[in-house]
Design a protein. Structure first.
Length: 439
């Protein structure tokens, strides 16, 4: 092998593995490859991934499509799930008060499809808007970033305002955000407090943070000096990888099956997640180009919206955390709760960062309760039992977490301190609650 070929091979190999590792870090991963992945032939792993892709319908739900343009002319893609009566009103051109709209905001390296189970549950129950953040999903790459401007959480908040203006220009709103989506909602409130005051009925903050992300360890057992060095180096490493997109993406694709175990470890807290759901999470993360990973990462290090939380002080707020979340640990949700004492905090046991995929019925139930408390849906609305992603039975979890089950009454753990008939205990309001999904 000639020196030039050898050197190219070494570069490609380094970039491939580094690209795969950084791609995983984008969802919070930085270490370890599942042992079982190393004991199965690569051909079998590839076939298994293809079979899971073909078997699952995750991410297949679609609504009425729309595109709007952000302040820098970036095209932002959204979809609307209308209520049947709203569609009839439009056909008959009836003028009536606008129905409440739930706006779902996804996280970093994901897309609107991350809300698959909740979307299935709330169809026909509440008018809903799902959108892709700039440079994610079907939205266009950020034009400001192409011109060299850094991504900011504030810019994402203005993007959300643009989507609301296009997809829900009037009527009450319930804002629901996961991870970066929750930060986007905080940035919206900070910049458009009158929108919160005049139109927002309630807010759900799922696995998110109001600040302090620069201190995260991602579960790495490194000494303080080592973590400090990683934090200093990572932005530069990401920028370098982002400048070699084609080479790095080729490496990520070539090694994706080996890193699936790492993605699973950092996405989920339980061991028995449905393989189809785990593979769906992989696909969402894999779809985010390395230069997008690089563009967005620095924004999280300076994110601080603790003061903006006070704009939600008079609203019903639901905060959901996973006790095994290594991306935005439960302590960040507890900090939000400390700023909003009347918020309802639920910490899900054995739940990781992608809790809306890992324990969909539990998360859907908590959101259903919020919608009922705000009056966006009737208190007796039955959202059904959509989504079971673990091998364990989730019978009883609907009531425990507030999902509208057979009785058709959504409701989270009440102030009596009992979460429901499944035996999961906790309190709401001042003390927060702990739920045991699948117990």
């Amino acid at each position: 092998m000639g020196d030039g070929v050898s050197e190219n091979w070494r570069k490609a190999g380094w970039a491939g593995w580094a690209g795969a590792a950084i791609g995983v870090i984008a969802a919070g991963a930085a270490a370890g490859v599942a042992v079982e992945r190393l004991t199965v032939g690569r051909g079998m792993r590839v076939k298994a991934r293809l079979a899971l892709d073909a078997a699952g319908d995750y991410g297949s739900l679609r609504g009425t499509e729309g595109i709007t343009r952000a302040e820098d002319a970036t095209e932002l893609y959204y979809e609307i799930d209308e209520l049947p009566e709203e569609s009839r009103k439009r056909l008959l051109r009836r003028k009536a008060p606008a129905a409440p709209t739930a706006v779902f905001c996804h996280g970093y390296c994901l897309s609107q499809d991350a809300w698959h189970f909740q979307r299935a549950a709330f169809r026909g129950v509440v008018r809903s808007v799902y959108w892709d953040q700039r440079s994610h999903g079907l939205s266009a790459r950020g034009l400001a970033q192409a011109d060299g401007e850094p991504v900011t959480i504030e810019q994402l908040g203005r993007d959300l305002k643009t989507v609301i203006d296009a997809a829900a220009p009037e009527g009450p709103l319930v804002l629901i955000g996961h991870s970066m989506g929750g930060m986007t909602i905080m940035a919206l409130a900070e910049q458009f407090p009158e929108l919160v005051r005049d139109r927002v009925l309630g807010v759900a903050l799922v696995g998110t943070s109001s600040g302090g992300l620069g201190e995260l360890t991602y579960g790495l057992p490194l000494p303080a000096a080592g973590l400090s060095a990683v934090r200093r180096m990572l932005p530069g490493v990401l920028k370098a990888l982002g400048s070699q997109v084609e080479l790095v993406e080729k490496g990520r694709r070539a090694t994706a099956d080996l890193f699936a175990g790492t993605i699973k470890r950092y996405s989920f807290g339980s061991r028995d997640v449905d393989p189809g759901v785990a593979r769906f999470a992989e696909r969402l993360i894999e779809a985010t180009p390395i230069d997008v990973v690089a563009e967005f990462y620095p924004a999280f290090q300076v994110h601080d919206k603790s003061a903006a939380l006070q704009l939600f002080a008079d609203l019903p707020v639901t905060v959901i955390a996973g006790d095994s979340d290594m991306i935005t640990p439960a302590a960040h949700s507890e900090a939000i709760k400390a700023e909003l004492p009347t918020a309802e905090l639920t910490v899900l046991e054995s739940a990781g960062h992608l809790m809306m995929l890992e324990y969909p019925e539990t998360v859907t139930g908590l959101l259903a309760d919020l919608l009922a408390r705000t009056g966006a849906v009737a208190a007796a609305t039955n959202v059904g039992g959509h989504g079971r992603s673990t091998a364990r039975s989730t019978a009883g979890t609907a009531e425990a977490a507030g999902t509208a089950g057979a009785a058709g009454t959504p409701g989270a753990a009440d102030n009596s301190g009992t979460a429901g008939p499944s035996g999961a205990s906790g309190t709401s309001g001042g003390a927060g609650s702990t739920a045991q999904p699948g117990s």
